[in-house]
Design a protein around this ligand. Sequence first.
Ligand SMILES: [Zn+2]
Length: 282
Amino acid sequence: MIDAYAPLGSWYFPTIAFLFGSCIGSFLNVCVSRWPANLSVVKPRSRCPHCGHEITWYENIPLVSWLALRAKCSGCKAPISAVYPLLELTVGLIWVACVLQFGPTFTAIRVAVLASVLLGIMITDATDYVIPDGFTVFGFFFALVAAAVGTMLGETLPFATLYDSIMGACVGAGAIAIVGWLGELALKKEAMGFGDVTLMAMVGAYLGPGRTLLTIFIGAFLGAVGFLAIVYPIAWLRARKSGTEFAPPLVPFGVFLAPAAMIALLWGSRMMNWYAHDMLGL
Ligand SMILES: [Zn+2]
């Protein structure tokens, strides 16, 4: 597969992937800052939050513009956060990694799209406790269409077949709703937002039923560790510092379900085989 492209040089596809991925990262910056506030990502054009200077296309080139502007608005010289180029760089590298791992294939695009969407969900759930429909609805339909296209191209793995994709969406949404329902009974307050249900429907459409349930197990494990090691201590320290009364923070479950879905996609089958063979002796 890759040999056919050899005359283009081994750097060709990774470079294209990086350029394309950094543009996706640039768009992701817009999504994560506007969707939680229920704003459109299409219009208006981005402006400097300090002086209202409209950002031109040449000031909006991923990574390059931030460096060329020396991290300052060209209108008022207010500093531009390094978070923007950092996200562009991260998504660019994710797309490169997918091409290096899967070659210049449709599979590489599917993995990269899922990883980009999940990264966006991690960010908005962490900053605003929101999983925007823009991510999950796009991700869900992309998963179904990609399952059909993948079947036609003979490229299914590591994703679910079209039938498993539909089953997985139902199992994912159902299972997380049950977890949320039981959590609500135990905690006597809302334990799970509807965003988690749509997230798991999307994840299910990529992974199929088995690895979707595995995602919830891994996500719960990561969530428990992350909560005890990071979220809880930070909230406690903040309350102490500001002298306010300490209230246990909410857990943005999507922050943990998103990486769990990537783990389940890439290593889930191996993990389940290992568990069935070596642990249960099946
Ligand atoms: Zn400005």
